[in-house]
Design a protein. Structure first.
Length: 251
């Protein structure tokens, strides 16, 4: 399912102050969201620990500066450099949340804003397919080879270990973590103050799993599942919700 179908991007793009000078998309992946940040800042940066996705990013007209970073959370940026940092579905993938948040605190200016999109400890969190590779590795291996290929499995879960990655997570990670509001506040600790916290969506993991199977079989997006995902993300059930976006201020 395309990123444009996810509410988190709309929330972050509408919340970032207009025309901040320097914005970093931490864990930028293929750069699709990073490009959208151009309307918000004079200079946009993207960084990721997965070297393979950075190599696949095509040259862009907006001159985003992409950088490969350590899987341990270190970055080459100067202290107090950025006005804003975004982490879109990244916190649950890093080697150590505290090390990563310390680094982001270092590179953000005083009063700078950090936006985190992640997974809430909602009612259907146990259906998160991102955890199959941890809880049922043998089943995950069979399913991954079936839906993709042996070559793709070797690339993502064997060869990537040389750069400290296993698929889309760093070596040493043992879960695709979900965070309650209290969990997040404890993680932010004395580094950031939680200013806003959006909770939304309910059955999204079920819809995404069905959409994945449909795409694997028919090699095209399902308009039905896209519609269902959009409707689902309008559902707001507080702590039962599946997704969250947090706006955090450096202190």
């Amino acid at each position: 399912m395309n990123n444009k179908d996810f509410l988190c991007e709309d929330i972050v793009l509408k919340s970032i102050p207009r025309r901040v000078k320097k914005v970093l998309d931490f864990g930028c992946g293929d750069g699709s969201f990073t490009e959208k940040l151009y309307i918000k800042g004079r200079k946009i940066y993207g960084c990721d620990a997965d070297l393979s996705v950075l190599k696949d990013i095509k040259a862009n007209k907006r001159k985003v500066e992409y950088t490969h970073i350590s899987t341990k959370g270190n970055t080459p940026y100067k202290s107090n450099f950025f006005d804003c940092v975004t982490m879109m579905g990244v916190l649950e993938h890093v080697f150590d949340e505290n090390i990563t948040l310390n680094e982001i605190h270092r590179i953000l200016k005083k009063g700078g804003i950090l936006y985190i999109y992640g997974l809430n400890k909602g009612l259907f969190g146990f259906l998160d397919t991102g955890n199959i590779k941890f809880t049922f590795p043998k089943l995950h291996k069979v399913l991954y080879k079936y839906f993709y290929s042996e070559k793709e499995y070797q690339k993502e879960f064997v060869l990537k270990r040389k750069q400290g990655m296993i698929g889309d997570v760093t070596v040493g990670r043992n879960s695709h973590t979900h965070y309650s509001k209290n969990d997040l506040i404890k993680l932010l600790s004395s580094r950031f103050k939680l200013k806003k916290h959006w909770l939304y969506s309910f059955t999204l993991p079920i819809i995404l799993a069905l959409d994945f199977v449909y795409y694997s079989i028919f090699k095209k997006e399902s308009k039905l599942f896209i519609w269902m995902a959009r409707i689902d993300q309008k559902i707001k059930l507080g702590n039962l919700s599946y997704s969250f976006v947090a706006e955090c201020k450096k202190i």
